[in-house]
Design a binder for this molecule. Structure first.
Ligand code: 6R9
Length: 653
């Protein structure tokens, strides 16, 4: 399986030779100013991880010191043991009690156009009040709280309030369907849900509260639902269970001391797709995650006190957790949040926000960049974008042409671009250029962050020579790695540490070039990446098979110019069911309803049989090839029934 995927990815490997050194004026003002400075600090971080990370941790506030910086090895490494701290204290109080009290912490723009600015001092007040609201309904340290909201300041406040109490938040992306919410709520037995009436997206309203109501019909653990009033649209409030955010906050007291959390206490759960049908609830802890997100934000975005920082990710994904909320707030940055779509009311909305708020650091995804390119340069031309000084990307490999466009049209050939490679599991950037120090190569995530020891290996775990592709592993623990999968530590160990014993296996293929730069080649497992969103093919297959008319389903990713990968589904129907176009649409819609619109298959084909090996495994390679090229060339010697292939090729779209 792994080898098969690697060979496929190889064929699309790009030969890219352009190099863009860090601009001298940028480097002169940067935290880290040269490659040799990076190299020296990197060496130190690897030779003396405890010294390196201990110093980084000392830049934050601890209620009680740690005994040991790092204890143990994969998969049970622990960081800052016995240290006590609170992340909401480090994100908010530390600044509100000091020089940044009146600095804007959150600069929010709603899709309809309203703007709210919340200073660190004000945020301090809001977080304490909302933490008291949670306390008043009985939420306590260690309880799980689900959060299903759109991008508004209250979402960040909700997270920080949970962190303040030591309650474990579990954010469910606002684009997921009711079914996805109930699965996640039940998996970790959440006691409360925080949501809002509706949120705005491309001019229409998403009825978040109504979706929560539907989801909770299948949940018994939830005692309370807190509803933030965003639009004022009518919602159904369940007596005794539901309360309004504004009413509860008005009645709450203004002071709430932060809990002293142990460094290894859980901070949050975030579900992500794996190779089986059930999403994995990755658990991030307090101290190591705090230090890792803090230091990567400081160095990779080279944050300075006067930065206006905008990461366009939704807080429903890990990028929003680490680089909208926890990283930049720990750094005391002004964080821009935007509620809606990039093309509302027009395709220039992002550039208007950059100019209006004088954004200096802009962090987005390759899929967004490809959309901007498609919409045309005219949408960018009217804007100065002169405030920008650093650009970033995340979520999937960026194709060099998209990188060049970003560099030219947005960065005006002046701003370094940081291509940051990391995962829900890693919690923080693991490969990324330090912008004042490392020359960029379009399409490469460049070099490891401090303390991260990546290697490209064969499936036996042996290093491969420079220039050759292999599996990307990380050899040594880093502080922000997720510590477990909620309720299933065995799955955590087998998913990440059994493929290459002793190392963390990323699930990605990569090659390292002669200069030590890493080039990501995509997932080597059954995870696909659609517009930067991770989806398990099994998850979509399970949803399809749950439909009464479907007998069997196989889902694969195929390359797509805009989305990176598109979803192709092959479906066999129950005896006697007619394969009609209407049914095709019904099934696509069914998946959207079961999981969320992002999982709706782009192509869906009916077939009488799926190609299987003699041992009964679906031959996904053949399906991928068929979905991509319309034909099949490779080795089919283990195929059970050659007639299946001929029939598959016959079926039209
Ligand atoms: C942060 C995030 C993780 C997967 C990862 C990889 C892909 C992310 C990338 C990248 C190439 C980059 N990925 N960043 N591939 N270059 N800069 O996206 O987390 O949603 O868990 O996805 O995304 O395949 O394994 P997550």
């Amino acid at each position: 399986m792994l080898e098969e995927k690697l060979t496929e990815n190889f064929s699309s490997l790009l030969r890219e030779n352009r190099v863009f050194p860090a601009p001298a004026d940028f480097a002169a003002k940067a935290h880290i100013k040269s490659e040799s400075e990076y190299e020296a600090l990197y060496r130190r971080s690897v030779d003396d991880p405890e010294g390196f990370w201990g110093e980084a941790a000392s830049e934050l506030e601890w209620f009680a010191p740690w005994k040991k910086v790092l204890e143990g090895e994969f998969p049970d490494a622990k960081w800052f043991t016995d240290g006590k701290m609170n992340l909401s204290h480090n994100c908010v109080d530390r600044h509100a009690n000091g020089a940044l009290k009146d600095k804007v912490a959150l600069l929010w723009e709603g899709e309809p156009g309203e703007v709210r600015k919340i200073t660190y001092g004000e945020l301090h007040g809001e977080v304490q009040k909302f933490a008291n609201v949670l306390k008043n309904i009985g939420v306590k340290r260690g309880d799980r709280v689900a959060v299903y909201m759109g991008m508004c300041p209250e979402l960040a406040i909700a997270l920080l309030a949970c962190a303040r109490l030591g309650a474990i938040h579990s954010v469910v992306f606002g684009g997921f369907a009711a079914h996805a919410i109930s699965d996640r709520v039940n998996d970790s037995a959440c006691v409360a849900v925080i949501t809002q009436d509706t949120s705005y997206r491309r001019g229409s309203e998403i009825k978040l509260k109504a979706i929560v109501d539907e989801a909770l019909q299948k949940c018994t653990s939830v005692q309370h639902v807190i509803v933030y009033q965003r639009s004022g649209s009518p919602v159904n409030m369940v007596e005794g269970r539901d309360l309004w955010w504004h009413e509860a906050v008005a009645a709450a007291s203004a002071e709430c001391a932060p809990e002293w959390m142990d460094a290894e206490d859980p901070l949050y759960i975030l579900y992500t797709s794996g190779t089986t049908g059930k999403p994995k609830g990755l658990v991030h802890t307090t101290g190591g995650y705090a230090v890792g997100t803090y230091l990567t934000t400081k160095y990779v975005f080279d944050l300075r006190p006067d930065d206006v920082y905008w990461c366009t990710a939704d807080i429903g994904w890990v990028t929003g957790h680490s680089y909208v909320v926890y990283g930049p707030l720990q750094c005391g940055a002004t964080v821009v949040m935007y509620e809606g779509a990039p093309n509302w009311p027009q395709n220039d909305r992002f550039w208007k926000i950059v100019d209006d708020h004088q954004v200096t650091v802009f962090y987005t995804a390759p899929t967004a960049i490809r959309a901007f390119i498609k919409w045309g340069d005219q949408w960018v031309k009217g804007y100065s974008l002169a405030s920008l000084r650093l650009l970033g990307t995340v979520g999937e490999p960026i194709n060099p042409e998209a990188w060049m466009w970003y560099h030219r049209e947005i960065g005006k050939e002046r701003c370094p671009i940081v291509d940051t490679y990391w995962q829900t599991e890693t919690g923080m950037h693991v490969l990324a250029p330090i912008p004042g120090a490392i020359a960029a190569k379009p399409g490469s995530a460049t070099k490891p962050f401090f303390g991260v020891v990546p290697e490209v290996v064969t499936k036996e775990g042996d290093p491969v020579p420079a220039g050759q592709g292999g599996l990307l592993v990380i050899r040594k623990p880093w502080p922000a790695i997720a510590r477990t999968i909620y309720g299933d530590h065995a799955r955590y160990v087998s998913s990440y540490f059994s493929e290459i014993p002793g190392s963390y296996f990323t699930g990605d293929g990569a090659r390292r070039d002669e200069d030590g730069y890493f080039w990501l080649m995509g997932r080597v497992d059954d995870v696909i990446n659609v517009s930067g969103h991770r989806l398990g093919t099994m998850e979509i297959e399970s949803a399809l098979v749950a439909h009464g008319k479907v007998a069997e389903a196989a889902v694969v990713g195929r390359p797509d110019e805009m989305k990176g990968q598109a979803i192709a589904a092959f479906v066999t129907l129950e005896e006697g069911v007619e394969p009609t176009d209407a049914l095709k649409q019904e099934l696509r819609q069914w998946v959207a309803k079961e999981i969320g619109a992002l999982a709706r298959p782009d192509d869906l084909r009916f077939t009488q049989m799926l190609p299987k090996t003699r041992s009964g495994k679906i031959m996904r390679r053949l399906l991928r090839e068929l979905a991509t090229t319309g034909t099949v060339s490779g080795d089919t010697t283990t195929l059970e029934d050659f007639g299946v292939l001929a029939k598959l090729k016959e079926t039209d779209e």
